[in-house]
Design a binder for this molecule. Structure first.
Ligand code: 5BU
Length: 248
């Protein structure tokens, strides 16, 4: 189904914006910008920003984060037209994640269009995050599956995540998953563990190819080292973008 049509199926403004920008920009590539040096991170975004629909951050790994980091990320977001996804993987009770999402040093809800959470604490985690994020029009991804070897997000756990996504579909916009988990086009599936050659790293990360991820029903591929560790990240991002888009 076309992205424009999928945008009409969801009430969540972030999901609508994501479908609209994927349609306009013709890309289903998410960059995992896992650099610890702020200036290098900015240079990476400048090089790759025009190729991606989503910039995924781990804001807490940056060693020299300036106090105005959110303004700078927003400036780049507007310049290159992508959404920002803070891969925070919240995992606590509802009352605690509300504070972690809205407060502290990072104030994630203030700048991240999308964030994600584990479902291990039960639906209270979604309800807590939703209290903060929904009034701001933010979107949440549930970690229904993971890419790493021998992870426990399988079977009934994955199915329960899908059930809760349906229950909170004004705020839950989709999943981190290795494949399509539900036949409902309003939900978006983002897949990490993608490189041009299948394989693994030495800490349990498992890689599938862009073609296989999309053929398994994923919507967006998440690529980190495959792009930022390449000699020419921009050229490499173009390869991933082309591979993922043509597999649709
Ligand atoms: P890589 O360099 O392409 O392996 O980076 C993958 C990114 O996706 C990295 O930021 C991880 O934290 C993130 N990730 C993942 O690899 N696997 C998962 O199941 C989830 C997130 Br959830």
């Amino acid at each position: 189904m076309e992205y424009k049509k999928r945008a009409e199926l969801t009430s969540n403004p972030t999901a609508q914006a994501l479908f609209a920008l994927m349609d306009k920009k013709q890309t289903n590539l998410c960059l995992a910008a896992d650099l610890t040096d702020w200036q290098e991170l900015i240079e990476l975004i400048e090089a790759v920003g025009s190729e991606i629909c989503v910039l995924k951050t781990h804001i807490d790994v940056i060693a020299d984060l300036p106090t105005n980091f959110a303004d700078k990320l927003n400036e780049l977001k507007n310049k290159y037209n992508f959404l920002i996804f803070e891969d925070r993987k919240f995992a606590d009770i509802g009352n605690t994640v509300k504070m972690q999402y809205s407060s502290g040093i990072y104030k994630i809800a203030g700048w991240a269009d999308i964030t994600n959470c584990h479902v291990v604490p039960g639906p209270g985690i979604i309800e807590g995050l939703r209290e903060i994020g929904l009034p701001k029009g933010r979107g949440l991804l549930l970690l229904a599956e993971m890419s790493s070897k021998d992870n426990l997000a399988t079977g009934e756990y994955t199915k329960t995540a899908v059930t809760w996504a349906k229950k909170y579909d004004d705020f839950v916009i989709g999943f981190i998953g290795m494949k399509k988990l539900i036949d409902d086009p309003k939900f978006i599936t983002l897949t990490p563990g993608v490189q041009l050659a299948a394989g693994q790293d030495n800490l349990g990360q498992q890689y599938n190819t862009p073609e296989n991820a999309i053929k398994n029903g994923s919507d967006i591929i998440i690529v980190g080292r495959g792009i930022y560790a390449a000699a020419n990240p921009q050229a490499e991002a173009q390869k991933y973008r082309q591979a993922a888009w043509s597999a649709l």
